[in-house]
Ligand binder design. Structure first.
Ligand code: TXA
Ligand code: MG
Length: 322
């Protein structure tokens, strides 16, 4: 079991592991997080593989402070106010992504928004500063299990999936961060959590909206299922699954050896059939094919094993709904 007491040497080792694209579990003031370099698509894909998540929902990006967050996202005045008054702490802001920040689009599920938070836990702070990377980090538990609040729980749940589990003792809140949509002039509460509505309203000097209420700008949020807030990038083109031949005019989303007849309008998820690589390329591939202007994207079969389940979940949704 890769559990180590989070002293200075262990934090340096963890920072080096993160820089090398590995996973590190670390304490925050809410729950333990499973961290990876948010700019490294392969590393982010490993998070989903480790959690056994059958779906790609977007992940929170952890940063040390507001200055680091501004490199990644655009802060309207109310978002800045919340960050200035309540960071570091258990508050996550959904904001417009800066494309040039190089955040993997597996982190954002291809959306043009990103969830960022500056945790207050001293070990999380030390790790973020030591590695110098924005860290994608969902709660460090297997999919469908509850969030973990001790290093022993992380080890029991994720075993040796993280290269290292930094033990910082039990977390303080034991409840995830509060998530708000802060893209607009009206702050919308997306997921209740360790920062109370009252604290938000006091910081803002005005009421906070709930999803679906007038003034709430997110229309892709299902208020009945907090924590499952997500939508994904939806391609404009029609999507045809399990293609075994290419029809005239179609663009191709390949996996492995491309179908014969594929021309320049082709993106390969992984030419050697590597599901981790395929996951890390999925959202950018759909965007690229859309940008090529095809009416229909033919998608080669992807095996339903490992990360294939999450890839196929996403492709099925892309095929079902526009
Ligand atoms: O306290 C926490 O927030 C913990 C610690 C580790 O920081 N993290 C956490 O992450 O709870 P996770 O992955 O279990 O939950 C992240 C939530 C998901 O419900 C996801 O839908 C939402 O954040 N989310 C992420 N990006 C989003 C976006 N661009 N728009 C809307 N929701 C987003
Ligand atoms: Mg979670």
């Amino acid at each position: 079991m890769p559990v180590v007491e989070a002293n200075e040497a262990a934090i340096d080792e963890a920072a080096a592991a993160l820089q090398a694209g590995k996973l590190v579990a670390f304490p925050t003031e809410t729950v333990y997080g499973l961290g990876a370099d948010a700019t490294n698509g392969r590393a982010v894909a490993e998070i989903f593989a480790a959690k056994g998540r059958p779906q790609f929902n977007p992940l929170i990006v952890h940063v040390p402070d507001l200055a680091a967050a501004k490199q990644i996202a655009i802060f309207p005045s109310k978002a800045r106010r919340l960050a200035e008054l309540l960071w570091p702490g258990p508050l996550t802001l959904v904001l417009k992504l800066r494309a040039e920040a190089g955040i993997s689009d597996l982190v954002t599920a291809g959306l043009d928004t990103v969830a960022v938070r500056a945790p207050s836990h001293p070990i999380a702070q030390a790790l973020l500063r030591a590695c110098g990377l924005p860290l994608a980090g969902p709660s460090a538990n297997r999919s469908g299990h509850i969030s973990t609040t001790t290093a022993a729980h992380v080890a029991a749940d994720l075993d040796d999936k993280p290269a290292l589990i930094l033990d910082g003792g039990p977390t303080v809140h034991g409840l995830e961060s509060t998530i708000v949509d802060a893209t607009g002039d009206r702050i919308v509460l997306l997921r209740p959590g360790a920062t109370t509505r009252e604290a938000l309203e006091q910081a803002l000097g005005e009421p906070v909206a709930s999803p679906g209420s007038s003034g709430a700008q997110s229309n892709d949020v299902n208020p009945s299922s907090p924590g499952q807030l997500t939508s994904h990038y939806a391609p404009r083109a029609r999507v045809r699954l399990n293609a075994t031949e290419l029809r005239p005019g179609e663009a191709l989303l390949a996996f492995g050896t491309p179908l014969s007849g594929a021309g320049s309008r082709m993106v390969n998820l992984s030419s050697n059939g590597d599901l981790i690589e395929a996951a890390s390329n999925l959202f950018s591939a759909l965007r690229q094919l859309d940008a090529m202007g095809a009416d229909t994207i033919a998608v080669m079969p992807v095996p339903q094993t490992g990360l294939g389940e999450a890839i196929n979940d996403r492709l099925n949704r892309a095929a079902a709904g526009r």
